[in-house]
Design a protein around this ligand. Structure first.
Ligand code: GDP
Length: 445
């Protein structure tokens, strides 16, 4: 799976990871190669562009973590961007919360692996989720399609709706629903007809079946080996019916990965399962982070960088706690706090984090502050010299004008920030008087 792409990316990063330092040009050179690798893997051009832009921006602007090389950090950035491209960190499951029988409608072109995937999914739901499952083939066009599903049903030990020759798809669906209700089936899988091309008759039939069976999930089965065509097919279907997800088949033979990597970004539909072989247990829940891991084959590096980033946060928190215990709180500390606030969800998340924040927050609310203010305050502190940050009392009128100009703000903004800092510094001293951190409770009580 993804062998070609994986090899290409591997050789790009092998070059980067050993280096002690990375220049912007190194990153740009590497990204040029990644771009070629992705295009060769048949990933859609706009998706490649966005990916390269985002990764370059982050890789060039990253702050360097201790104990990992910049090259390793770039691997982590690429990994995260790949996960995002494949659909994000969370695994989109099936939504089966409804009164049974819950209907899953399977749609797709002929030969995509739809019937096989229906049986695979039935097996998975039965064995992994303990569901009582029934399958029904609505494919009256392809000779022996209904018989094929019946045989597969026997193989996975899942009931199929008895075949009545000459019945129309909508009538079969109605009969399947009745039968599923009678037999207290949890999940009913409807295998709709496949066609050679996306055509209107197929779409109309599919919608008619959907309107009487009200599927909770409508899964499109597409063949990953068809690359961008698979993505185009998905877009046509998505325009006609309310698709809830995609099953990408023949991933076992897909060395390039273009369909998998473009699907989410182009169609907005999550890939929910991957077919990985002809056998009936060869269906995997599609997990973007695992797939990204397979593509890059550098899981060890990704976890090293994650740990290093956590360690830095930990050190930072410990350093703050120590300073707070001593009653120290300069503008550097304020800046650290501001940044934490931004990363933790802005002003709303504030009250619980800082001593004295009840007062400061009230003051902020009074002056009509919102989260943009956090960024402005950060810019103001950024325009100060290190000395000024450590000793705010140095800030006379002249320095304040310089800082306001430097940060694109007004002197009164600088004054507001200093007032806020004073409030917090006072609170910090109070804590110290009350016996250090143990006294904190009193302040919040
Ligand atoms: P349908 O016309 O869409 O219903 O396609 P079928 O379900 O009949 O599948 C066509 C062929 O593709 C069969 O020989 C399947 O065994 C094969 N197939 C389906 N899914 C996969 C897969 O994930 N990997 C591989 N290698 N073969 C698959």
């Amino acid at each position: 799976m993804f062998d070609t792409l994986s090899d290409r990316l591997g050789s790009v990063f092998d070059k980067l990871r050993g280096r002690g330092a990375l220049k912007e040009q190194d990153v740009r050179d590497a990204m040029r190669e990644v771009r070629i690798a992705l295009l060769e893997a048949d990933v859609a051009l706009p998706v490649v562009r966005r990916f390269i832009d985002e990764v370059t921006e982050q890789a060039v602007g990253q702050s360097v973590l201790k104990s990992v090389t910049p090259g390793q950090q770039v691997v982590k950035i690429v990994n995260d961007a790949l996960v995002e491209m494949l659909g994000g960190a969370e695994t989109p499951g099936l939504d089966l919360a409804a009164t049974p029988p819950v209907v899953i409608m399977m749609v797709g072109l002929q030969g995509s692996g739809k019937t096989t995937s229906t049986a695979k999914l039935a097996k998975l739901l039965k064995e992994k989720q303990g569901k009582k499952v029934m399958m029904a083939s609505l494919d009256v066009n392809r000779p022996a399609a209904q018989e094929q599903l019946r045989v597969l049903g026997e193989q996975v030990d899942v009931a199929t709706l008895p075949i009545i020759a000459g019945q129309a798809p909508v009538d079969i669906a109605t009969r399947a629903l009745q039968s599923a209700k009678l037999q207290a089936v949890d999940v009913l899988l409807l295998d709709t007809a496949g066609r050679l091309h996306v055509d209107q008759a197929l779409m109309d039939e599919m919608r008619a079946v959907a309107s009487i069976s009200v599927p909770k999930e409508t899964l499109l089965v597409v063949d990953s080996l068809t690359g961008q065509d698979a993505v185009n097919v998905a877009q046509s279907f998505a325009g006609q019916v309310d698709l809830t997800g995609v099953i990408l088949t023949r991933m076992d033979g897909d060395a390039r990965g273009g369909a998998a990597l473009s699907m989410r970004a182009v169609t907005g539909k999550p890939i929910k399962f991957a077919g990985t072989g002809e056998k009936l247990d060869a269906l995997e829940v599609f997990q973007p982070s695992r797939v990204a891991g397979r593509i890059l084959g550098m899981g060890d590096i990704v976890s090293i960088v994650e740990k290093a980033a956590q360690a830095i946060e930990q050190e930072e928190a410990e350093r703050m706690a120590e300073r707070m215990a001593k009653g120290q709180f300069d503008l550097n500390d304020l800046r650290t706090q501001l940044r934490q606030m931004q990363s933790m969800g802005g002003l709303g998340a504030l009250a619980g984090m800082m001593p004295g924040m009840k007062k400061a927050k009230a003051a902020m609310a009074q002056s009509g502050m919102d989260d943009r203010v956090l960024l402005r305050m950060d810019a103001i502190i950024g325009s100060m010299t290190p000395k000024e940050r450590a000793r705010p009392e140095l800030l006379n009128a002249k320095r304040k004008i310089r800082i306001a100009n430097g940060s694109g703000t007004q002197v009164q903004d600088v004054n507001k920030l200093l007032k806020m800092h004073q409030e917090m510094e006072r609170a910090m001293k109070q804590i110290k008087k009350m016996g250090g951190l143990k006294g904190l409770g009193a302040l919040f009580g």
